[in-house]
Design a protein around this ligand. Structure first.
Ligand code: HEM
Length: 507
């Protein structure tokens, strides 16, 4: 007996440990939000959540109200569905609610990047290049790259004939490639500029095609549910990108953006191995290029489906061109669209914000670092548990709230315009002003540092389309395609299928 006792004890302890990990012993404590572990041990509601995040959270909100805790794949997530309470999350000290904790695990899994202790500080140090003078330079670079990709065939006979393409493919392709070239640099000119530009066109196309393959695997990769064949493909693609945007290749380019260069320089100074920096470059490629292309598609599509919006934006574009004495004409110089000009387009700004409201759906997550109290906007107080995660899903909780945004499913291009033509910032819920009335960029410490550049990219693309091209949907009667529900939580949504359109240079 004495021999078996330790063995039995060990078995009992490991069985109890296993049950603990499966969440069997977890109970709702005093003051904690309603807890629903789901019926499947450990997995909890992971399958429902992944199948349709928005629908699942709606169901839970109906059942439990504005705050509840659910088990998802062994982790406990507390969702806050009241946008008036978002300020308390966003402003909470990092010692209590931390963005990095979760992000570090995700980037190791998805990009193979193992971050430095002070990684987020390094990122923040370089983010000044995405604002102010840095932004002016990047906007100029974006303009030149868009012109190279969109207008290189100007004057040739074939460019005056209708070209057919999927609008999603076309927009994503152009904006991805121009954005990539503006951040990661151009082929060195040496003697022949035309050759260098052609190289940029070919090389960026190749990168885009590979990126789209990775993009389609991404949600399942992040959830860790790729079948073996796709896992191998994801590994192949990762290695390909580590090579294609490697530090060695990037620093040989002309016009590399200060933002990218600074991220490399500081990591180099800190002694990070070059192969790890290559992985970081891939992470930056993903962060900077994964959303802007899909966002430009939705913006253009909403404008094409709403003639009154298209007319208003077109008139604004013409007005801005006129004010700067520029005209698009055969044989004339290409227009120079500056950051100053892009600051005089309140109608286009509102259309951009409206289109992001309808299609951006990130899940914003904070790790709960210590047991803490959380006060909702209406005064209710809850206890949050160390080791759990706090999450927001502004798409459903805010963007689609009919009280904050009446007729939330409708595209209203002037929703963010005041009667006097200025940006509208007054939105209300329960009679209280909603500070964060849209959250396409996240908020607080992890707010997207590229938001100003991204907005400019979208505006520049639409501006050039309107100034230089005739374009129309092949089947104008067809409905706007539904969004692909497998991508909830990952930023800008994508359509389930493409929409055919045609375009040609206007002269
Ligand atoms: C329409 C385009 C874009 C959208 C909707 C978007 C959205 C977001 C969101 C929601 C986050 C925060 C994620 C979180 O809190 O969990 C984020 C982070 C980030 N974005 Fe963007 N983004 C866009 C374009 C860009 C561009 C163009 C760049 C770079 C030039 C960029 C660079 C980054 C970086 C580096 C982060 C990580 C920030 C951090 O860790 O603190 N993004 N983006």
């Amino acid at each position: 007996m004495s021999v078996w006792l330790p063995v039995l004890l060990a078995l009992l302890i490991s069985a109890l440990g296993g049950l603990y990990l499966l969440g069997v012993f977890r109970r709702r404590r005093h003051k904690e939000p309603p807890l629903d572990k789901g019926l499947i041990p450990w997995l909890g509601y992971a399958l429902d959540f992944r199948k349709n995040t928005s629908e699942f959270l709606q169901k839970m909100q109906r059942k439990y109200g504005d705050i509840f805790t659910v088990q998802l794949g062994g982790h406990y997530f507390t969702f806050v569905m009241d946008p008036l309470s978002y300020g308390s999350i966003v402003k909470e000290a990092r010692s209590k609610l931390d963005f990095n904790h979760f992000a570090k695990q995700l980037v190791a899994k998805v990009f193979g990047y193992h971050s430095l202790e002070n990684d987020h500080k390094i990122l923040e140090a370089g983010n000044k290049h995405l604002m102010g003078d840095g932004l002016v330079a990047m906007t100029q670079a974006m303009m030149e790259n868009l012109q190279n990709l969109m207008l290189h065939s100007i004057g040739m006979v074939e460019s005056q004939e209708w070209q057919y393409d999927g609008l999603f493919h076309y927009s994503y392709n152009i904006v991805f490639r121009a954005g990539y070239l503006s951040l990661f640099g151009n082929e060195t000119v040496e003697r022949n500029k035309a050759k260098a530009q052609e190289f940029d066109r070919v090389h960026s196309e190749e990168l885009f095609n590979e990126f789209r393959k990775y993009d389609s695997l991404f949600p399942r990769l992040a959830y860790g549910v790729l079948p073996p064949k796709d896992k191998l493909e994801a590994e192949r693609l990762k290695k390909l990108f580590w090579n294609m945007v490697s530090v060695k290749k990037t620093i040989q380019k002309d016009n590399i953006s200060q933002w990218i260069f600074e991220q490399h320089r500081i990591r180099q100074e800190q002694g990070m191995a070059e192969y790890m920096q290559d992985r970081y470059m891939f992470l930056l490629l993903w962060a900077s290029q994964g959303n802007t292309g899909p966002a430009s598609f939705w913006l253009l599509l909403f404008l094409m489906k709403h003639p009154e919006a298209m007319k208003a934006v077109k008139e604004e574009v013409e007005k801005v061109l006129k004010e700067t004495n520029q005209e698009v004409k055969p044989g004339g110089p290409l227009i120079n669209l500056t950051r100053d000009m892009l600051m005089k387009t309140p109608i286009l700004d509102s259309a951009v914000e409206e289109s992001l409201r309808l299609t951006s759906a990130p899940v914003l997550i904070r790790a709960i670092i210590q047991d803490m109290d959380f006060k909702m906007a209406d005064g209710r107080e809850y206890a949050l548990r160390k080791g759990d995660r706090l999450a927001m899903f502004p798409y459903y909780a805010l963007h689609m709230d009919p009280e904050v945004h009446p007729e939330p499913h409708q595209f209203k291009y002037n929703r963010f315009l005041s009667p006097d033509g200025a940006k509208k910032v007054d939105f209300y819920k329960n009679g209280r002003k909603v500070k964060y009335f849209t959250m396409p960029w996240g908020a607080g410490t992890s707010i997207c540092p590229g938001r100003f550049f991204a907005t400019n990219e979208l505006k520049q693309f639409v501006f050039l389309m309107l100034a230089y091209f005739d374009f129309e949907l092949v089947n104008a009667e067809k409905d706007i395609p539904p969004i692909d529900k497998s991508r909830w939580g990952f930023g800008i949504m994508q359509p389930t299928h493409d929409v055919q359109f045609r375009y040609r240079i206007r002269f």
